[in-house]
Design a protein around this ligand. Structure first.
Ligand code: ADP
Length: 436
C-alpha cells in the first residue's frame, strides 16, 4: 500500500490527491459500520453461549426430560434458541455484506474517477499525463484496492475478536469476593469457630441471619437443624467465608476471619455437599483430590475412616476402578462416602457436612451416621441434618428458625424441653427419632 501510494504521488499528484481524498472518505464512511457489527457479534456470541448452556442443561437433566416425556418440548426450546441465533447471524451477514459491498463499490468508484479525470488530463494537458502512465496508475490503484480489501476483511475478524474480548474482559475484571485483607495472617488453626452478633442478607431487603451468636468448640460435633430456609446452609457459607457478614463477626480461634488468609484457612476446612461431585478418573484420584501427592496408604486410611474401604475393595479394579461418566456409577451412599473420604484426606480442622444424609436410604444413612460418630473428638464437625435421627449422638444440636438460634443442647435435652426441636421430631417419624 505504502509503496504504491508513493509511486502514485510521483506519477501524477492531481490523480494521487483524488485517490487519497476518496480513500479517506471511504474509510470514514465505513467507520460507522464497525460499532453496529461489533454489537451484533456480541449479541450473537451471547446467543451461542445460551445455546450451549441450554444443551448442557438438557443433557445434565436428561432423566428429568425423559421422565416428563419432555423430549419434544426440550427439542422445541432448543430449536427456538437456535432459530433466534440463526436470525441474528442472518442479520449480521446482511450488515457485513452491506459493508463489504459498499467498500468494493467505493473502491471501484475511485478507479472510475481516475479514468475520467485522467482521460480529461490526457486530452486537455497531454504534457502532464500519457496514456501509458494512466494505465500504470490504474494498475497501482488495483494493488492498493487489493490490500485494502484484505484489510477490510481482517477488520471483520477483528470486530468478532473484540466482541469476544469484551466478554472475557468482563469475567477477568470480576474481583474475587470477599477479598483478602492486605495483611492477611496465617495463624495456627485448631478449629474453634465463633459467630458473634452476625446479621447477614444475600439481598439487602431479605435478612437471612439476625443477631446470630454461637461458639463451635474445637473437636466437637454440632448439628444444625430446623425448617428449610431457616439459614443453616448460610451459617456454613459464612464459616467457609464464601461471604462476609454485614454486621457482627466470624472468628476462627479468636482471629476475625476477615484478617485470615483465605487460601490458608480453607486448607483447614473441608465440605461435603448433599450431591457430591465425582470426577472422571479412578477411585484413588477422586479421594486423593483433596491433597497434593497423596500416598496409597493415606488414601486407604481416609477411605477406611469414611467406611468406604470395603466397598471399594469389592469393585472390579479396587482403587483403580474408573468412576464418573465413563466408569462405574456408584450409589448415593457410596458417592457420599467417597466425598467424605476426599474431605478427610485433607485432615481438616473443620468439616462441614451439608445435608449429607438427606438423599440416602435408611441403611446407608445409618452407615454415614456411624462415620459422623467416628469423627467425633478429632475435629470440629458441623452437620446440617434433615433427618434428626442421624444426629442423635452429636455433642450439641442447634435449632435454627427464621435466621435465629431458637434452641441448642443435646438430643435428649432438647426433646425434654418440649420446644421447637420436639415439634420437629414429632413431625418426623416418631418411632425413628425417639430413643427406644
Ligand atoms: P437452610 O439451609 O436452612 O434451608 P439457607 O441458608 O439455604 O437455609 O437459606 C436461607 C435463606 O436464604 C432462604 O430464604 C434462601 O432462599 C436464601 N438464600 C440462600 N442462598 C441464597 C443465595 N445464594 N442468594 C440469595 N438468597 C439465598
Amino acid at each position: 500500500f505504502l509503496v504504491c501510494a508513493a509511486l502514485l504521488v510521483s506519477m501524477n499528484w492531481i490523480l494521487a490527491l483524488i485517490t487519497f481524498v476518496l480513500l479517506g472518505l471511504i474509510g470514514w464512511s465505513l467507520q460507522h459500520f464497525r460499532p453496529h457489527i461489533r454489537r451484533q457479534r456480541r449479541t450473537i456470541q451471547d446467543g451461542q453461549s445460551h445455546i450451549t448452556g441450554r444443551a448442557a442443561e438438557f443433557f445434565a437433566g436428561i432423566s428429568v426430560v425423559k421422565a416428563f416425556a419432555g423430549e419434544q418440548r426440550s427439542g422445541r426450546a432448543f430449536a427456538a434458541t437456535s432459530r433466534y441465533v440463526c436470525d441474528l447471524e442472518e442479520r449480521n451477514s446482511r450488515l457485513q455484506g452491506g459493508y463489504m459491498g459498499l467498500s468494493f463499490g467505493l473502491l471501484l468508484l475511485i478507479q472510475c474517477c481516475v479514468v475520467f479525470v485522467g482521460a480529461y488530463l490526457i486530452i486537455t494537458q497531454p504534457e502532464t499525463l500519457t496514456k501509458g502512465e494512466l494505465v500504470a496508475f490504474l494498475l497501482y490503484i488495483g494493488f492498493i484496492n487489493g490490500s485494502l480489501q484484505r484489510l477490510l476483511d481482517a477488520m471483520l475478524m477483528l470486530e468478532d475478536g473484540f466482541a469476544a474480548l469484551e466478554r472475557i474482559d468482563e469475567i477477568l475484571k470480576v474481583a474475587p469476593t470477599p477479598a483478602d485483607a492486605p495483611e492477611a495472617s496465617t495463624p495456627p488453626i485448631t478449629g474453634t469457630l465463633a459467630l458473634h452478633g452476625v446479621d447477614f442478607a444475600y439481598e439487602t431487603a431479605k435478612p437471612v441471619l439476625r443477631d446470630f451468636s454461637f461458639r463451635f468448640e474445637s473437636g466437637k460435633t454440632y448439628a444444625l437443624v430446623g425448617p428449610s430456609g431457616g439459614g443453616k446452609s448460610t451459617i456454613c457459607q459464612l464459616a467457609l467465608r464464601f461471604y462476609d457478614p454485614q454486621c457482627g463477626q466470624v472468628f476462627i480461634d479468636g482471629h476475625d476471619l476477615r484478617d485470615v488468609d483465605q487460601g490458608w484457612y480453607r486448607h483447614h476446612v473441608a465440605v461435603v455437599l448433599q450431591d457430591p461431585i465425582i470426577f472422571s478418573g479412578n477411585v484413588r484420584e477422586n479421594i486423593g483430590f483433596g491433597k497434593d501427592e497423596p500416598t496409597d496408604l493415606e488414601i486407604a486410611a481416609a477411605a477406611t475412616r469414611a467406611q468406604a474401604h470395603d466397598f471399594i475393595e469389592a469393585l472390579d479394579a479396587g482403587y483403580d476402578t474408573t468412576l464418573g461418566e465413563r466408569g462405574v456409577s456408584l450409589s448415593g451412599g457410596q458417592r457420599q462416602r467417597i466425598a467424605i473420604a476426599r474431605a478427610l484426606m485433607r485432615n481438616p480442622r473443620i468439616l462441614i457436612l451439608d445435608e449429607a444424609t438427606s438423599a440416602l436410604d435408611t441403611m446407608t444413612e445409618r452407615s454415614i451416621q456411624e462415620v459422623i460418630d467416628g469423627l467425633q473428638g478429632s475435629r470440629t464437625v458441623l452437620v446440617i441434618a434433615h433427618r434428626l435421627s442421624t444426629v442423635r449422638n452429636v455433642d450439641c444440636i442447634l435449632v435454627i428458625k427464621d435466621g435465629r438460634l431458637v434452641e441448642h443442647g443435646t438430643y435428649d435435652d432438647l426433646l425434654a424441653a418440649n420446644g421447637v426441636f420436639a415439634e420437629l421430631a414429632e413431625e418426623q417419624d416418631e418411632s425413628a427419632t425417639r430413643p427406644v
